[in-house]
Design a protein around this ligand. Structure first.
Ligand SMILES: Nc1ncnc2c1ncn2[C@@H]1O[C@H](COP(=O)(O)OP(=O)(O)OP(=O)(O)O)[C@@H](O)[C@H]1O
Ligand SMILES: [Mg+2]
Length: 437
């Protein structure tokens, strides 16, 4: 992924967080330990991520190079860098107010005002970057500048957090999502359905009703109702921690459910083991690819076909190789030697070896360079044109909605909006929450 995509994704995460903070603060009647925990987690995220990672990376790479290439950038960059320097101080003041409110020494209304003031500042800052700085950077920076900036943002390695920084921030964001009050969620808040154009005519293949699933006391899915018709590509989009992966795992049967039902091709499969669901054609390419590193590419593909009759495996593998020639070239090598993009191809190929009638894809473009992202989406388009039914989970919401027939927006375990891919792309709230401002 290039730095601009990463920066914009980070911006939309922060934007959602700011909106959520605001909403929780303005709904506040009294402050209880759970709200204090939520605010603290959110402020931790901003302290660790925004002030220690996002801002310094911008200062040290994007802003520094942009100053060199564009004279008109100086003024706006001065202001933004001043904001960056001021960030920790503002946050410390907000923490002090939170502590005072928690001890009853500050009225909650005053805390709400302080939160609003802080988040307004953050949002203004993000807007300036999105509206002025990023467009200017696109115009003025040279290829070698981008190489340097991309490298810095892509690795996100950091002396304090190390290589795992990104994974840790993701965890932290999940914690915030799970602590946010039910009524708020993270992002768009309306529950609704956009007008669909023509009534779909294909039979329903997957029908999920009132699905709930928990991790211990955390309810990750809070009653999801969704359907996928034969031949449709349906996109499920939503922020980190919304429950997208949990949902796919519940459908493929590796995640237990606590309420609701799943029907597949007319049959209730809610209680069916995952291998039996796979035999019926529900095949998943999991988040983070999860290929078996020490095994060869061929063996990884064979694993995907373990529910299939032996005689068809060789022929199916050839089809996968036609689709992904690079896998053929490296067929005898351990999967661990493949690049991230190639491993993604392998994960999709492995799922296809199960001859899916419903293909579940969990973030196939995650962590890939832009060209590879395009390639992965091309593969999905090809499968779609061949009539495959696909349920696609993506954080790259724009690209996913652009190829999907329909989409569902998931917010902390609840579907908040459904509609055609195109309607969702044009929807104001979706644009604000997921596609940048
Ligand atoms: N193994 C687990 N144990 C406890 N809680 C979990 C576990 N996996 C997920 N959760 C929680 O369940 C919620 C939904 O997580 P899930 O991974 O399904 O979200 P997601 O939409 O796939 O997020 P992402 O975009 O980061 O992949 C989050 O609050 C998360 O912290
Ligand atoms: Mg996920």
């Amino acid at each position: 992924m290039d730095a601009l995509t990463i920066i914009s994704q980070e911006h939309s995460n922060m934007w959602r967080l700011a909106t959520t903070l605001d909403q929780v603060a303005s709904d506040l009647q009294a402050i209880s330990p759970s709200e204090t925990a939520f605010f603290e987690a959110a402020l931790d995220y901003i302290t660790q991520f925004v002030d220690r990672m996002h801002h310094p990376k911008e200062d040290d790479f994007l802003f520094r190079l942009l100053r060199l290439r564009s004279l008109e950038a100086a003024e706006v960059l001065d202001a933004l860098e001043a904001d960056h320097r001021q960030g920790p101080e503002n946050l410390a003041q907000l923490r002090a107010k939170l502590a005072a409110a928690a001890q009853g020494q500050l009225p909650v209304a005053a805390l709400a005002v302080a939160v609003k003031h802080y988040t307004d500042g953050l949002k203004g800052h993000i807007k300036t970057e999105e509206k002025h700085v990023l467009p200017l950077a696109r115009k003025a920076l040279l290829p070698q500048d981008w190489a340097e900036i991309n490298q810095a943002f892509r690795t996100h390695s950091d002396p304090v957090f190390g290589d795992q920084a990104k994974a840790e921030f993701r965890e932290l964001f999940h914690r915030i999502a799970s602590l946010a009050p039910d009524s708020v969620g993270l992002g768009a808040s309306s529950v609704g359905s956009l007008q669909t154009a023509a009534a779909p005519t294909q039979p329903v293949l997957l029908k999920v009703e009132g699905l709930e699933s928990c991790y211990g006391r955390i309810k990750a899915l809070k009653g999801i109702t969704l359907e996928v018709r034969k031949g449709e590509t349906v996109a499920l989009v939503g922020a980190n921690g919304a429950g997208k992966t949990t949902f796919l795992r519940a459908v493929s049967g590796v995640q237990s459910i606590s309420a609701g039902s799943i029907h597949f091709d007319g049959e209730d499969i809610s209680k069916l083991r995952s291998d039996k669901r796979m035999r019926r054609g529900i095949c998943q390419s999991p988040e983070g690819r999860q290929v078996f590193g020490p095994l060869s590419i061929e063996d990884n593909l064979r694993l995907g076909a373990y529910t299939q009759p032996k005689h068809q495996v060789a022929g199916d593998m050839e089809k996968i190789f036609t689709m992904f020639p690079i896998l053929k070239e490296k067929r005898a090598l351990p999967a661990g030697t493949l690049s991230g993009g190639q491993q993604q191809m392998l994960a999709i190929g492995r799922a296809l070896m199960g001859r899916p009638s419903l293909l579940l894809l969990d973030e196939p473009s995650m962590g890939l360079a832009p060209l590879l992202v395009e390639e992965v989406f091309n593969v999905i388009k090809t499968l779609k044109s061949q009539g495959m039914t696909i349920l696609l989970v993506e954080q790259n919401a724009f690209a996913a909605l652009a190829i999907a027939d329909r989409g569902y927006v998931l917010e902390t375990g609840t579907v908040t909006l459904t509609g055609t891919g195109e309607d969702l792309i044009h929807n104001e709230e979706v644009r604000a929450a997921y596609l940048g401002m």
